[in-house]
Design a protein around this ligand. Structure first.
Ligand SMILES: *Cc1c(COP(=O)(O)O)cnc(C)c1O
Length: 420
């Protein structure tokens, strides 16, 4: 299969056109059985001349359905050409970025990180039920208080209890003493099986959890667990900015990862990625999905094959070195912002390998929040933090007008006597 490297525009276009040719062509083939076709030509101009040089848009017009999971068993033959490209994307993510052994994983491009996280928890819940004869009451989800709200959503949907581990206010690190107490309390309440979600980049802070902290405590109490990494935010940043990272499939305790291509990779929405080790995804096989060839191992059912191609395009336009360089630029801008904040003695959190800076709210006026679209930790009262995400469009020029404004408001504050 294609190794991850930079491809030219011609090579990318040729690869996509070949894949589309291997799929059923609704424009020419007599395909009678599918509730599917290319996009409606009355509405979407299929013959527009610019499509010729826009292979990703050609894929959107062809509208392949990637229903099911294409790393496992058989799949719908009608879309086998573009399914291969989805496998190439998964290979880059699992093998090149997250260091899995070749073909040792299953996965798919999910509608988003939310689905990928729910898929993981669903899979582990059924794993414990199938292999350990566990009841739902004996299974618990455990994750930090900074964890994304898709985890409480999963807990609600799958009817599993969830424990939120507090973190230190300034460092956003797990409170290990509290974690130990929570685990002991849960064990005393009859919890025997734990689904751990460790973050590679929390949504509000970009903080990186140390998954070993969970493992150590759960092992000490002789509890069984499965470890999922939520890298929706950091999956396209952290492994590149920190080559020493050990949060990947080389660690045998990590068995699944969520990565969002529609965040840091700037792919179209609908490009979350779910990856797990072989031998697990069967736990969510829906055998009743008999009309789908190979049945269905995913939560969502039908999904766009064009989204897989969009992710493929980004990965193979940059290649590994190009992507590393892009992340390095974002890191340099983030470093620049942090130096300015240090000089102003403004308190903030930043993981040194991430491109998110979260500033304590006492330094931020309402005017700054509105002018720069800063995102608060909580909408409404009680908010303590605002975040800045250094994306592609956030240049040092923008950051420098922000820090100049910040400096001005800080001086104004100093001159206003505190109300007693
Ligand atoms: C954004 C995010 C998600 C959910 O992703 P969606 O793509 O919005 O469903 C999950 N986890 C983390 C850490 C996130 O930042």
């Amino acid at each position: 299969m294609l190794p991850w490297k930079k491809l030219t525009q011609q090579e990318r276009q040729a690869r996509i056109e070949r894949a589309l040719q291997e799929n059923v062509n609704f424009a020419h083939d007599a395909s009678l059985g599918y509730p599917a076709s290319k996009l409606d030509g009355k509405v979407f101009n299929n013959e527009a001349p610019f499509l010729k040089d826009a292979p990703t848009l050609q894929a959107y017009v062809a509208n392949p359905n990637h229903i099911g999971c294409h790393t496992f068993g058989t799949s719908e033959k009608a879309f086998s050409g573009t399914q291969k490209m989805e496998r190439e994307v998964l290979k880059v993510l699992a093998e090149d970025i997250f260091k899995a052994e070749p073909l040792s994983y299953d996965g798919y491009i999910a509608p988003g990180g939310t689905e990928a996280n729910i898929q993981a928890i669903w899979m582990y819940r059924n794993f414990f039920m199938n292999y350990c004869d566990a009841s739902a009451e004996e299974i618990a989800i455990i994750a930090s208080e900074d964890t994304h709200y898709s985890i409480p959503k999963a807990s609600n949907l799958l009817m599993l209890d969830r424990y939120a581990v507090p973190v230190d206010f300034e460092t956003r690190k797990l409170d290990k003493v509290a974690l130990d107490k929570i685990v002991v309390g849960a064990k005393n309440k009859g919890k025997k099986y734990f689904i751990v979600v460790a973050n590679m980049g929390t949504t509000m802070f970009g903080a990186i959890d140390d998954p070993e902290e969970y493992c150590e405590i759960l092992e000490r109490h002789q509890l069984l667990y499965k470890l999922h990494i939520d890298a929706a935010y950091g999956g396209f940043v952290y492994p590149f900015s920190n080559p020493e990272s050990t949060i990947n499939f080389e660690n045998p305790k990590i068995s699944s990862i969520t990565i969002d291509a529609h965040k840091m990779l700037q792919a179209p929405y609908g490009t979350g990625v779910f990856l797990c080790r072989k031998g697990l995804i069967e736990n969510v096989l829906t055998q009743e999905a008999e009309y789908v060839e190979g049945m269905d191992l995913t939560l969502c059912g039908s999904r766009s094959g064009a989204n897989a191609i969009a992710v493929w395009m980004i990965l193979f336009t940059y290649g590994p070195f190009g992507w590393c360089e892009k992340i390095r630029v974002l890191q340099m801008r983030t470093d620049w912002l942090c130096r300015q904040l240090d000089a102003l003695q403004v308190k903030y959190f930043r993981d040194p390998f991430m491109n998110i800076v979260t500033i304590q709210s006492e330094c931020i006026t309402e005017e700054l929040e509105e002018k720069y679209d800063l995102v608060p930790q909580k909408h409404g009262i009680g908010n303590r933090w605002y975040k800045i995400v250094i994306m592609d469009h956030v240049e040092v020029d923008h950051l420098s007008t922000f820090t100049a404004d910040l400096k001005r408001t800080l001086h104004a504050k100093e001159r206003t006597p505190h109300k007693v």
